[in-house]
Design a protein. Structure first.
Lengths: 398, 111
């Protein structure tokens, strides 16, 4: 048990490290009203949502997972009224999880102004309840931690990512659940990664997931590689991948999950974020926050975000911990960063020291200390269309 | 071990590229495995430099693993990047051409 770490208990046995009121728009047409409602208490009320009007089972499942995320204590659904999203199923799921839930339908509830007023009253009442809600002790083994990297450069793979990997190794050893991604950025690493799988069948699933990603991106004509990656010294997707792979550390890989699958127990999991079947809805993840959202849908309490070029994003619902890989960028953006892993290149810290610092930061943030992006009010969120088939029988530990 | 500039980082013994742990300025003389050479242009942190000659078509190796194939002959000490290294999976998109065109046009406007 870690001194100071306490969580809000949920009916499903998980515990939250935050107690947020989620204000969820169910189509872009309800986004403005949702945003205005949340303005009543920007720290307690976080806006999430799905912009599309056409139905999508992936988005439905993601919204159900996000609205029952352990960091969420109550949910206000904001519907325009005529969209295809199944708000009835979502409300039932949230109610079934033991959380207070209310649905406002703009077309039935008097339009923009009246809906905002009603929503604000409801959110303020829930935030007041949350302020006095009891917490219980929480152990490291109950934590779920995700990791992503974004705005990568030639330093990411030699400082921030391996340091995050060391923190992951320690968390996994202590029974926590750690999730890394993304298969489109593991192209070229499939064999070395498969060798770490808990079973030969899982090794085959890991290999197949990366092959799928390579096919998918080849069809699209672009790798998961932004122009800024090249400015920072990265030349090919394989090179970027090897750097990204370092985030996973050295632990045995326990399983392969898809967005919204909740790992059944502690260990290290790969998240396969590339849709199944033919290329349908465009790029798998159109920007970094899509990956953070998928980590949250699989239960991540917080996400480690390693960046070389200097991403400033945070997230709704779950804190993001920023690890600066590049020491020059750290000096320019120090207020946005939690950890300076660039010191490894300047010889003022070892990878082991930075890894320990990341581990300590995870525990501090879990105990309630705001991360840099959280303190700055970052609450980015994005969810787009995708389609997945369920994971195979060999993907989870037995 | 022959002399190499301390700003050049070898990530894995089998690598044929070094990674810059700090920027090296244009015209600076540096040692690469005993040979002394001058960099024609500034190279930023995180960029790569050839440890030895890499013939066109050969694998470029970093972290002990291939990161693509040389698309031209690469001399020892040369910058290894988009102009001489290509992915064996998907082509790399960069804004280099767009930026060069923009800067040329700006130069013409100023002139």
């Amino acid at each position: 048990m870690t001194e100071g770490m306490r969580g809000w208990p949920r009916a499903d046995g998980r515990k939250g490290i935050r107690n947020v009121v989620a204000v969820a728009y169910l189509v872009e047409c309800a986004h403005h009203v949702a945003r205005e409602i949340a303005m009543v208490d920007r720290m307690s009320a976080h806006v999430i949502g799905f912009p599309g009007c056409f139905p999508n089972p992936y988005a439905q499942r993601m919204m159900e997972r996000l609205c029952t995320h352990p960091n969420v204590g109550a949910v206000l659904l904001v519907s325009l009224g005529c969209e295809s999203f199944d708000r009835y199923a979502l409300e039932r799921t949230v109610a079934g999880s033991g959380r207070p839930v209310r649905t406002l339908v703009i077309q039935n509830d008097g339009g923009t102004r009246a809906t905002i007023a009603e929503g604000r009253d409801w959110v303020a009442a829930r935030a007041a309840e949350h302020a006095v809600a009891p917490t219980v002790p929480m152990a490291v083994s109950e934590l779920v931690v995700g990791t992503v990297c974004g705005g990568s450069d030639g330093t990411s793979g030699i400082t921030g990512n391996p340091a995050a990997g060391l923190a992951f190794d320690r968390l996994v050893a202590e029974g926590a659940t750690c999730i890394f991604e993304e298969t489109g950025e593991l192209i070229g690493c499939e064999e070395i990664m498969a060798a770490r799988a808990a079973t030969p069948e899982l090794a085959e699933e890991l290999r197949r997931s990366v092959e799928k990603a390579a096919r998918y991106y080849a069809t699209l004509g672009y790798g998961s590689f932004a122009a800024g990656n090249a400015d920072g010294g990265l030349t090919t997707i394989e090179e970027k991948s090897l750097g990204a792979y370092m985030k996973s550390g050295q632990s045995r890989i326990s399983g392969l999950i898809k967005p919204g699958d909740i790992p059944p127990r502690g260990g290290l999991y790969l998240m396969d974020v590339v849709p199944d079947g033919e290329v349908r809805f465009g790029f798998p993840n159109i920007s970094d926050n899509a990956e953070i959202v998928e980590m949250m849908a699989s239960g991540a309490h917080c996400t480690l975000f390693v960046t070389g070029r200097g991403s400033v994003v945070g997230s709704a619902l779950a804190p993001v911990i920023k690890i600066a890989a590049n020491p020059h960028m750290y000096r320019r953006l120090s207020e946005d960063m939690d950890i300076n892993a660039g010191r490894v290149l300047e010889g003022t810290a070892s990878l082991a020291e930075v890894g320990a610092e990341i581990y300590d930061k995870v525990l501090a943030v879990a105990a309630g200390v705001p991360s840099a992006s959280e303190g700055l009010g970052h609450q980015e969120f994005i969810l787009t269309y995708k389609s997945f088939e369920p994971i195979g029988p060999s993907c989870l530990p037995v | 071990m022959t002399e190499t500039d301390p700003r050049l980082l070898l990530l894995s013994p089998g690598d044929n590229v070094y990674v810059l742990r700090a920027a090296i300025e244009a015209g600076e003389e540096i040692a690469v495995e005993g040979a002394r050479l001058r960099l024609p242009q500034r190279l930023g942190i995180g960029h790569k430099l050839a440890r030895r000659a890499i013939p066109a078509g050969a694998k470029v190796v970093k972290y002990g693993a291939p990161i693509g194939s040389a698309s031209a002959d690469i001399a020892p000490g040369a910058h290894v990047h988009l102009h001489n290294l290509q992915s064996d999976y998907t082509a790399t998109h960069s804004l280099e051409a767009a930026r060069a065109a923009f800067e040329t046009a700006q130069g013409e406007r100023k002139a």
